[in-house]
Design a protein. Structure first.
Length: 562
């Protein structure tokens, strides 16, 4: 079904292909996509792009999208990963067609097709080691060598393959290979491995199988069995496409074939996108887990405070390309800032507190002051915050000998307290070591916010009433790597570029009383500081906050300049 009122110029190249197929009546006018992760790790921001693309196209063209787990390697796959992937897809706001599907659902059919290839002399059992096979592969410019076992008879190959299935042989003793062309310029067509022996239980099939199909022998047939119309893959699978088609040509006699279309994967600056390398960080405890807020995993981004809307917006902004490129991580940060700016409540939080006593404010007096929750959305209303004689401000909002353009607090200077009064610093109190421990200030009672006072000062500070302040732990997260391309140095390990300042924990922060009993993933803007969310480690009366992003938006500034 064609989408009405679409600007043709806005279509990406995949949408153009789909619209042309619909125009020609292919696949009975249906669009059926799939998101096919391997359950061998948690999903990351690159997978989020693929999720948004596959499910988004299905939504746009009133089609369907499967969630299929390509679970062909029991050595690396776990039910934990399956559950995390389901959670991530749902959190992003998508719903898959029917029940989740698994490549393991098709193991019986794949085995039957493997025997069919043997019967057609298109597959054979090889006794060589992986090292011997690799040595015979040749190079892209030189043909490979045929296996000495390539000429085995159909009968012998069937017997050996069935014995492999029955568990007669050890791992590595035998494999099943397709018989294609050892001189093909495409290395993937040089008698690729179809099955290997693995005496390991599968997370779904248990001990039923001790031979498992390779990914390349599974992926295309799974698409076919599910009736996928448009099989979207990243560019590295372009050279695999002839092999997928070859397998289907040998075993299928229908005219239908899934149409594979390749697009550029997401490469993000200051980020590693390899699941294998991210797993290494987890296993070597360089991070606290897959959901560490510094990780590019979807679970890590969620815990850090990223919203599904911001990730979907980011995926839409970067578009779909045919060539690999690197996206500035600042664009991802910009997307979440834009989203949180519209929905996050503005609150008072002092991360590095300095005490102020307002000497002319009545002792024991408490005022309830009204402050707006979000100036971007009046429907979010307002709340009451307490004001008292003793308050906290940020230490860096005071300087004894400030430069000319320092518009915060200094001896003899005035500032406005957000939603409260104008105060003036009268005296600095120090301890025996000379450290500043307290400021004595006076306030102008005629300057309460909302009272109609016309007196103005240049600086406005956030603050928290000391008697009402809630102690909080604040985790200041920064980028995990301090190099723009941590994975691009051939002479260095990517872990050499881990940012030692990627996490700073502040254990003495003071927050307003409304934040006493926050719930995990509640979002806030700490006034003048940045966007934060409540962490899952929060306890009643003991909140923990993760910094999502600071307020400063370098991407927005660059966009304005350009």
């Amino acid at each position: 079904m064609k989408v009405e009122n679409e600007d043709k110029k806005s279509l990406n190249f995949i949408e153009n292909i789909i619209e042309e197929d619909l125009k020609e009546g292919k696949n009975k006018g249906e669009v059926y996509t799939r998101f096919p992760p391997e359950p061998n790790g948690y999903l990351h921001i690159g997978h989020a792009k693929s999720i948004c693309l596959n499910f988004g196209l299905a939504e746009k063209y009133n089609g369907k999208c499967n969630l299929r787990f390509d679970d062909t390697n029991p050595e690396k796959e776990e039910e934990e990963y399956v559950n995390s992937i389901k959670k991530d897809v749902q959190w992003l706001g998508f719903k898959w067609e029917g029940e989740p599907k698994y490549a393991s659902d098709y193991f019986d059919q794949l085995y039957s097709w493997a025997e069919k290839l043997i019967e057609k002399s298109k597959a054979y059992v090889d006794d060589q080691t992986a090292e011997e096979i690799a040595a015979q592969k040749g190079t892209p410019t030189e043909p490979g060598q045929e296996s000495p076992y390539r000429s085995r008879s159909v009968e012998e190959n069937l017997k050996l393959f069935r014995e492999m299935k029955a568990g007669k042989y050890k791992e590595g003793e035998k494999i099943l290979r397709a018989k294609i062309d050892m001189s093909s310029p495409n290395m993937h067509m040089r008698d690729p491995i179809m099955y290997r022996i693995m005496h390991k239980p599968h997370h779904r099939t248990g001990d039923k199988w001790c031979i498992y199909p390779m990914y390349d022998f599974t992926h295309g047939q799974s698409d076919y069995l599910e009736g996928i119309t448009h099989s979207l893959c990243t560019l590295e699978f372009e050279v695999h496409r002839p092999l997928y088609n070859w397998f289907l040509d040998q075993i299928i006699d229908t005219g239908y074939r899934p149409r594979q279309i390749e697009f550029a994967r997401l490469n993000l600056s200051y980020t590693v996108m390899s699941k294998r390398k991210l797993l290494e960080l987890v296993e070597k405890k360089r991070v606290t887990g897959w959901d560490d807020p510094r990780m590019p995993s979807i679970s890590g981004l969620r815990r850090r405070g990223y919203t599904p809307e911001s990730i979907r917006d980011f995926s839409d902004r970067i578009g779909v390309a045919k060539r690999d490129n690197v996206i500035d991580v600042g664009l991802l940060e910009h997307s979440v800032k834009e989203d949180l700016n519209k929905k996050a409540t503005r609150v008072m939080a002092v991360l590095d507190p300095l005490k102020i006593t307002i000497t002319n404010y009545p002792e024991g007096n408490i005022e309830n002051l009204e402050t707006i929750n979000n100036p971007e959305d009046e429907s979010m209303g307002s709340r009451i915050i307490p004001f008292s004689r003793e308050i906290y401000i940020e230490k860096n909002d005071f300087m004894e000998d400030p430069p000319r353009k320092f518009f915060r607090l200094a001896p003899g200077r005035e500032v406005r307290l957000k939603s409260a009064y104008i105060i003036k610093c009268e005296e600095v109190i120090r301890d025996e070591k000379g450290n500043i421990t307290e400021l004595l200030c006076t306030y102008d009672p005629e300057t309460r916010s909302g009272s109609g006072s016309t007196r103005k000062v240049k600086g406005t500070l956030h603050w928290v009433s000391a008697p009402h302040a809630i102690n909080a732990e604040v985790r200041l997260y920064d980028r995990l790597f301090n190099d723009e391309d941590p994975d691009g140095h051939k002479d260095k390990d990517f872990k050499d570029f881990l940012n030692p300042a990627s996490l700073k924990i502040l254990s003495n922060a003071k927050v307003e009383p409304s934040l006493k009993d926050v719930k995990a993933l509640d979002h806030f803007q700490f006034q003048r500081i940045g966007y934060f969310c409540a962490d899952q480690d929060s306890l009643p009366g003991k909140p923990v906050f993760n910094r999502t992003v600071p307020l400063r938006d370098s991407w927005a500034k660059l966009a304005k300049k350009s």
